[in-house]
Design a protein around this ligand. Structure first.
Ligand code: SF4
Length: 470
């Protein structure tokens, strides 16, 4: 998929004019960010903790190779198979090879943005392995054939009646008058049989702890625990930037993750996987595989975009973003939406494929203010805009208009003369302070476009200073 500027605009238009969708986005994101504020207030020094977390993430990335090698050696010592995947195709191939070797025909899946990033579901299907999402939101969008709408709440765009129909069709039960608890119970009945018959469970991973070679998996539904513990084989697909050296570092990460995403002090389940089941264990998988996914991440190390690798996918920047909250997740045409999506998608999947995304921001800075890792997303959005100009990705007409604006703004006298001329030129289309352009010339598509003020600010200011009436 890709997001050209025209595709982005047309999808944004549809989302903005879809009033039930607007209400759904407002409710979900509003609940999340109010929850975040309350949860951070409970901490004695949340600002200090965020500073500390930023320092942990920066220092870890500065020596990422060492931490990953140490993770690999400790994970192997615990009995885990560690694989390195350079790109999406290699990651999919590793998963399919493991499944095929063990004769797997059904795999259960926990929520994983990395698997969305590499389109693992499609690859498994093509390889003849059925994969069933088990996070409720992910399962609903799988039934609907939709991509995720939000990093942590993939199905917030779905109306209740749509969800009822999807679960009815999947379960064969009549659920039109069902309460939410009944819908969840019907889903659970259906998914439980899949949990028990799957030959392989696939999850993502929130944190890799180098000192013990452990994988930390947080979730709220218990499905992640089932997926990672019930089938004989567990595969975790994790971006290679998700490593921390020690459990102390992981504890800081965990203190901020759920608070920043859903407003919980901690997710309901924090699963730790350190190798497969041991001889005396009653449950757990016989094999654990961790795939360290690169897919463009290592190219960002040491450069102006390295900071984006500090992201822990909490979703806080989506919930506060005035653009995401209007246009919604599907407009970005990437599994990663909102401010994090506007930066990471072009970096991992190609700026030429997603030229609209760096423009999808007012640069208000709200995303940086809420980010637990204090990632400077607005700086990187501006850098990406620069890259677009340098790579010739900006349309000719926009480039000429921007060059003309720069030429005008670089000389004060020129600026004054030209704005004076524009004040006169606008008179035929000026009404009550607004420009009323003929429709074929109207760039605002019906929105109000302010004309230039009758008097420039500098004149008003000057007369104020001189004691005039302004
Ligand atoms: S950029 Fe920051 S706020 Fe946004 S998802 Fe990543 S960690 Fe969360």
């Amino acid at each position: 998929m890709s997001a050209s500027i025209s595709q982005f605009r047309s999808q944004a238009d549809s989302a903005i004019n879809d009033l039930p969708l607007q209400e759904a986005i407002d409710t979900a994101t509003g609940n999340f960010w109010r929850g975040r504020e309350g949860a951070l207030e409970e901490l004695p020094d949340s600002e200090g903790l965020r500073d500390h977390f930023k320092a942990i993430r920066s220092a870890t990335l500065a020596q990422l190779d060492e931490h990953l090698e140490s993770f690999e050696s400790n994970a192997k010592a615990a009995g885990t198979h560690v694989h390195w995947a350079e790109d999406a195709a290699e990651a999919c191939r590793i998963v399919i090879d493991i499944g095929k070797t063990r004769g797997v025909t059904l795999a259960t899946k926990g929520k994983s943005m990395a698997s969305e990033e590499i389109h693992l579901g499609v690859a498994l299907e093509e390889a003849g392995i059925e994969s069933v999402e088990t996070d409720l939101g992910e399962w609903i969008i799988q039934l609907a054939g939709d991509p995720p709408f939000h990093i942590i709440a993939p199905a917030i765009h779905k109306r209740r009646d749509e969800i009822v129909t999807l679960i009815e069709n999947a379960s064969g039960e009549s659920l039109q008058s069902a309460e939410i608890e009944d819908l969840v119970a019907a889903s659970r009945r259906l998914l439980r049989s899949r949990f028990l018959s799957a030959g392989m469970g696939i999850t993502g991973g929130n944190i890799l702890v180098s000192e013990t070679g452990s994988l930390v998996l947080v979730e709220n539904e218990g499905n992640g625990r089932f997926v990672s513990a019930s089938p004989p084989v567990h595969i975790a697909l994790v971006g290679l930037e998700k490593v921390v050296p020690t459990w102390d570092d992981a504890a800081v990460w965990l203190q901020l993750l759920a608070r920043s995403s859903t407003g919980q002090p901690l997710s309901v389940y924090t699963n730790v996987v350190t190798g497969p089941r041991k001889v005396d264990d009653e449950d757990g998988p016989e094999e654990v595989h961790i795939i360290l996914l690169d897919n463009g991440r290592s190219q960002l190390l040491g450069g102006k975009y390295e900071e984006i690798l500090q992201c822990i996918r909490c979703g806080a920047c989506l919930n506060i973003c005035p653009v995401y909250r209007e246009v919604g997740g599907h407009t970005y045409r990437s599994p990663y939406s909102g401010p994090i999506g506007a930066v990471i998608t072009p970096l991992l999947m190609g700026l030429e494929e997603y030229p609209a995304l760096p423009q999808a921001s007012s640069l208000c800075g709200a995303c940086r203010d809420v980010c637990p890792a204090r990632i400077d997303l607005p700086r990187m959005l501006v850098e990406l805009r620069n890259d677009e100009v340098e790579q010739g990705l900006v349309p000719w007409s926009v480039r000429r208009a921007e060059e003309a604006a720069a030429w005008m703004l670089m000389d004060v006298d020129r600026y004054r003369r030209l704005t004076g001329l524009m004040r006169t030129a606008q008179l035929p289309v000026l009404k009550d302070g607004d420009l009323r352009m003929p429709s074929f010339l109207d760039p605002s598509k019906g929105r109000k476009l302010k004309g230039l003020a009758p008097r420039p600010f500098r004149e008003i200011w000057q007369s104020e200073l001189e004691g005039g009436d302004g």
